[in-house]
Design a protein around this ligand. Structure first.
Ligand code: NAP
Ligand code: FE
Length: 364
């Protein structure tokens, strides 16, 4: 990606009941939709019902795949596409956190290209996709405004982004689905959004447009950082969190992510650490090695922290159950990161394996 380039084609619709209230814009996408959700939450927070009622109202036929696991696998993507192809769906609606949204995006490629294989998701960037609509119910991944779809490949024992770029056609941001999110989920997803803002702001690919957005996103996040730990949120608090996460998605669409994300994947895959927490465990030490003091200080100031140590203490309190890493784990994960050229190129400064080891050791 070049840093004199900015592209974000997703139409974003915002506000309570925005799906129902703007239903006519989805009509041109077709007569049959596949809805993709996780296992339970969309049935409890009202998002699935809102989508179903609206589609019924529009006479759009719909089918449901409601079995996307966290960190969705290639097998799940394949199963979604089989259901989509069986029913000749015209477009796909991902409802939920980043997992169903990403799974819906990858399945959209396989539904459009009936002869494509799972390998094509990694090798054939020119493949097109059926339209994707996103209805996010976490303030975390920003998948509603990114072109990325991150899928777990159990053969390679890691998570990777597929090679097609899939921006949703429409993203509907209704914060009422996020009001009662359980605390651990809100914290993990919220810190994921925060690390997108931070990594995007400090990325080699950042430019004036992405920086302006990152600064606004950090300011919004700073306004609600203290409510992450509350039991329930007000609509306005939930909406601020959701908007900062969506802004973060726009930022990383331009900039990509760098060290915390690259290093966090091993913690998720091998230690079962939730994605946002994995980034959060690494953020303070990462900021310590970033050499742009002006930007690092601005980040702390937007988030209302007096020092990097204060920020570290805040993160420490959020994540009490840290994973145990032995020397061999740290060595292996650091070597893997040292070979992750895609993420390293987004980090503007030289880095060696000792730096990476130090960042992992800071978890202990
Ligand atoms: P998630 O894996 O989609 O969901 C985590 C948990 O939250 C699930 O148990 C889910 O329940 C629950 N949940 C979702 N919304 C809820 C709500 N409103 N109230 C209560 N519970 C709710 O979490 P995520 O952090 O949003 O997504 C993580 C995935 O996104 C990872 O695979 C990560 O790699 C990927 N990611 C993607 C991008 C991108 O740009 N595409 C960027 C960063 C990360 P149910 O299963 O019952 O729904
Ligand atoms: Fe992330």
């Amino acid at each position: 990606m070049s840093n004199n380039f900015f592209y974000m084609p997703t139409k974003i619709i915002l506000g309570k009941d925005c799906f129902k209230n703007n239903k006519n814009i989805i009509k041109p996408l077709g007569n049959t939709a596949l809805l993709v959700t996780g296992k339970n939450s969309s049935k409890l927070n009202g998002s699935l019902n809102d989508v179903i009622n609206t589609l019924d109202n529009l006479n759009i036929k719909h089918y449901l795949f409601d079995d996307v696991e966290e960190n969705p696998s290639l097998e799940t993507v394949k199963n979604i596409s089989l259901q989509g192809n069986l029913n000749n769906v015209d477009f796909i609606i991902g409802i939920g956190g980043g997992s169903p949204l990403d799974a819906a995006k990858a399945a959209a490629v396989l539904i459009k290209n009936k002869d494509a294989t799972i390998e094509d998701l990694y090798n054939n960037p020119s493949l097109n996709h059926i339209p994707v609509i996103a209805v996010p119910t976490t303030a975390g991944t920003g998948s509603e405004t990114t072109p990325y779809s991150i899928v777990t490949d159990h053969n390679l024992r890691t998570k990777r982004s597929i090679c097609q770029r899939i921006f949703p056609t429409f993203s509907f941001l209704d914060a009422s689905y996020l009001i009662n999110t359980p605390k651990p989920i809100r914290i993990n997803t919220g810190i994921d959004a925060l690390s997108h803002l931070i990594e995007g702001y400090l990325s080699s690919n950042a430019n004036i447009l992405s920086d302006s957005l990152a600064e606004k996103g950090l300011e919004y996040f700073g306004d609600c950082i203290n409510v992450l730990n509350n039991t329930d949120l007000t609509f306005n608090e939930a909406e601020k969190l959701l908007i900062s996460s969506t802004i973060a998605g726009i930022v990383i669409s331009q900039s990509g992510t760098s060290l915390p994300h690259g290093m966090g994947y091993a913690l998720t895959y091998f230690k079962g650490v939730p994605h946002g927490m994995a980034n959060g465990l690494l953020l303070k030490e990462y900021l310590k090695i970033c050499k742009d003091d002006i930007k690092v200080n601005k980040i702390l100031s937007y988030l209302n922290f007096k020092s990097l140590d204060d920020f570290g203490l805040f993160l420490n309190k959020l994540f009490l159950n840290k994973p145990y890493l032995n020397k061999e784990d740290i060595q292996n994960y650091s070597e893997a990161m040292a070979n992750n050229k895609a993420k390293l190129k987004n980090h503007p400064w030289d880095i060696d394996i000792e730096d990476l080891i130090k960042i992992y050791e800071s978890i202990l």
